[in-house]
Design a protein around this ligand. Structure first.
Ligand SMILES: Nc1ncnc2c1ncn2[C@@H]1O[C@H](COP(=O)(O)OP(=O)(O)OP(=O)(O)O)[C@@H](O)[C@H]1O
Length: 300
């Protein structure tokens, strides 16, 4: 499959501050790549270079083979951003029709997209009067109406309730199946883990990991054993392979690289052991391990 986004050796500075340092990233048609990293990692800078908002300083950025600083190239691009500003004078219908025409499509392309996203009833309304979640869906309509080859989704589900979020991912899954490439930035790590085909982790302007969500988590040796116990913390720490011990109410969470050895001895020593559970590490823990920072936020 062709790459809809090619980023090769990209560097970017703000004065003396290095925001990106030799970043490579490729997104194929029909693939969703999640771009994750703690605050200040360089995600917004990379998105800015891809939309053509920022001028390229070092390396190559190509959208469908073209330079995103050129208007003709940007027609292949759809962008959904959390902080989308809309002109106050236009109705939702006019905004989406305008986006269609700017992308070289007929104004009539707007109505089916509004219907698909479930906001046909908003067409006569003006954007400033809409809720955050409604505005987010208008942004999605404007991005999809141009039939883009590459979608940039920057914190796209902020402000959406659970059912709107589900509907949002369903629509995007349909576009991905139809061959649209996507770059997703989000602080909701569960969404990235559930939707993205690959995860690229940026840290201090560099790519520190690129893999499938499962591939990233399987690199982590740790398991967490959760249980009720009669042992105190020093006794737990003395068990084989224990790395961390954390109390949470009447339960204890024990991190270990060797759950079998740990459990064998724990079961032999502890008559009060009950409610035992062993969990694998998730993508969130993998990101913390890779960057040393916790980048998850509680979903709104
Ligand atoms: N206009 C600017 N002038 C100076 N420094 C900047 C500018 N924009 C970003 N930076 C710096 O460049 C680095 C990368 O910023 P960027 O906004 O790309 O990170 P990010 O990963 O999007 O962070 P966040 O998750 O907080 O949005 C940060 O250290 C930031 O302070």
């Amino acid at each position: 499959m062709t790459d809809v986004l090619e980023i090769d050796g990209v560097g970017h500075r703000y004065g003396a501050h290095v925001a990106l340092d030799g970043v490579d990233l490729a997104v194929r048609a029909g693939e969703c790549v999640a771009l994750l990293g703690p605050n200040g990692a360089g995600k917004t800078t990379l998105i800015g270079l891809t939309t053509g908002l920022l001028a390229r300083q070092r390396g190559r950025v190509a959208v469908c083979g073209g330079d995103p600083r050129r208007a003709a190239t940007r027609r292949s691009l759809g962008v959904v951003q959390q902080t989308m500003g809309f002109p106050s004078t236009e109705t939702v219908g006019e905004l989406v029709r305008g986006a269609a025409v700017r992308a070289g499509r007929p104004a009539g392309a707007a109505a089916p997209v509004l219907a698909e996203i479930g906001i046909a009833d908003l067409a006569p309304r003006r954007a400033p009067k809409l809720s955050g979640g409604q505005r987010q869906r208008v942004g999605l309509a404007m991005a999809l109406v141009g039939d883009p080859a590459l979608l940039l989704l920057d914190e796209p589900t902020v402000g959406l309730d659970v059912s709107a979020r589900r509907a949002f991912w369903k629509i995007l899954a349909g576009r991905r199946d139809a061959g649209v490439g996507m770059v997703l930035t989000t602080h909701i790590v569960e969404e990235a883990a559930a939707f993205a085909d690959r995860v690229v982790v940026l840290h201090r302007g560099r790519v520190v990991a690129a893999d499938t969500p499962d591939g990233l988590t399987s690199r982590l040796p740790d398991r967490t054993v959760t249980a009720r116990t009669s042992l105190d913390d020093p006794a737990l720490r003395a068990l084989p392979g224990v790395r961390t011990v954390r109390r949470d109410g009447d339960r204890v969470h024990v991190g270990t690289a060797a759950p079998e050895d740990l459990l064998r001895e724990w079961l032999a020593l502890d008559r009060g052991l009950s409610d035992l559970r062993v969990d694998g590490a998730g993508l969130e823990q993998a990101l913390v391990a890779l960057t040393g920072e916790d980048l998850a936020e509680v979903p709104a």
